[in-house]
Design a protein around this ligand. Sequence first.
Ligand SMILES: [Mg+2]
Length: 229
Amino acid sequence: MKNRNYKTILLDLDGTLLDFNTSERKALLKTFQKYGYTLTDEIRKIYDRINKDLWQQYELGKIDRDTVIYSRFGLLFDEIGIEGDGIAFENDYQEILGMQHDLLEDALEIVQSLYERYDLYIVTNGVTATQLRRLKESTLDRFMKQIFVSEATGFQKPMKEYFNYCFRRIGNIDKARTIIIGDSLTSDMKGGNNAGITTCWYNPEEKPNHMDIVIDYEIRQLKDLYLIL
Ligand SMILES: [Mg+2]
């Protein structure tokens, strides 16, 4: 079902264009090394669980972003028995994470080609300074009309208010000709539903859609976008 009528494409960043898992792994390892701590697979798993839980509460609007990032390492250190300063550690981690920008396969080439025919925008939940730096260093920013980092908007995906904020700044938005592409069901696809736009789920791991979320398109690899757009 090809629809060449789209005008505006909202792109998620992490897990969609940038390989966040790789960047996160590298940044965690480097920050642990800086503090002289050992990052084992087990510790990494505990961190993943704590971090995921916190971001889920953030998506639900229960806690703010600062609470997510400034409590995750404190909670981790408590659980694994390290006497560490979670806040100082987080600040170092953010700085190191901001230096990682691992592009997913084909991402740059695809963005470059879409740029010729569509208006592209980044919609990302995260820390403004970190995300802007990664967009610049990956050279993705050159193809974006605007970048919307949740921290700077006061809202976050999947909130309707977040998308309203973006739409106001985009100006003259035609929702019928707008599509969001992202890897997260709970933030990108749910957000697309809340915003009343078309959704395209980038789902390389073939995860099930266990929620009541409308997916208009589902792709396994980014280049499948050429089949839709
Ligand atoms: Mg994502």
